[in-house]
Ligand binder design. Sequence first.
Ligand code: AMP
Length: 394
Amino acid sequence: MQIDNINFNNKKVIIRVDFNVPLNKDLKVTDDTRIKAAIPTIKKVIADGGTAILMSHLGRPKGKEEKYSLKNIVYKVEEDLGRPITFVNDCIGDSVKNIVKKSEKGDVILLENLRFYVEEKNGDIKFAKALSELADFYINDAFGTAHRAHASTSVIAQFFPNDKCFGYLIEKEILSVDKVLNSTEKPLTAIVGGAKVSSKITIIEKLIDKVDNLIIGGGMAYTFIKAQGGKIGNSLVEDDYLKLALKIMEKAKKNHVNFLLPTDTIIADDFNNNANTEIVNITNIPNGWMGLDIGEKSIALFNETILNSKLILWNGPMGVFEMEAFQKGTVAVAKALAKATENGAFSLVGGGDSVAAINKFDLGNKVSHVSTGGGAMLEYLEGKQLPGIAAILN
Ligand code: AMP
């Protein structure tokens, strides 16, 4: 059942949103991306004449802790939604039920932090049932927690066998990954970077069965270079993964995947923005120096492949982009993605630091989709069944 095909008139609709936003020490919201991402679904429900009951977690409270109260973010939700909302200082029980009962068409109610109850994370069925009793319909629009089997993200769905759906945000997240992994359009290019081979190994293995081009950058590249006999100086390396790195390259060859590693690298004599730097061939890094970004030749090589692609997936930076001296490679990839998208390619930026990077360079709105869910996106890309998704589909 798709949200666009449902009329929520006169329905009490409980929506799992992800309002786990960062707060500063004055308890003000410092980044409202996640609140904004939930607005289309809330607006659909109230425009139809339903009541939107919003539930979320915030932080990792141990019991009831004021600083994790969702009342802190009410002002921001009202600002982003453009209308007042009602905050309830609990999420289950008779007082909440009464407020919901008295609510009118078009009202928006925000419940208190679900994680004030340990039952939420434990996936407690009684707690899920108590939440379900507030509503006639359940929407899951919290992609960031879709990989968790919590009461509000998956267990609750069983109480709405025929009255549940994804919100717009999850729908878009799923469609984007499915488009990249299941489309027959070619070439499909994946760019994987970041610190370690070990944390991306499952995803790399999965991608080798799908992609035409696999670009490896960032700290993990040096493990592949060393595995082939290159000299990598003091660059990041995982010696336990050298054999596996070779195996992956063999598999890429067998699958006719164009496996691209950087050819040159910016080396530094210290892990520091003000370190001395040089550009060298990536297979010949002197002792005492470490590779912290890709060089111009690698940028040109990666650009060419990216600009020729129809589908592009990017996860992980090309260098230590947090330092200005080593951000060039990551900026170049972000720009290449933007250009390819402008030329008609579909581009998805998913998971952790590449999302931070593309936003840092203000290019988030120049790619087709930037995922809101770090861990959830990675698990979905790896082909795992996410409990929050399965609960709606089954
Ligand atoms: P990940 O969370 O695995 O995507 O890794 C992201 C981190 O990898 C960022 O904090 C980068 O600074 C870091 N990184 C990228 N390239 C390198 C490199 N060549 N050496 C050390 N760290 C790197």
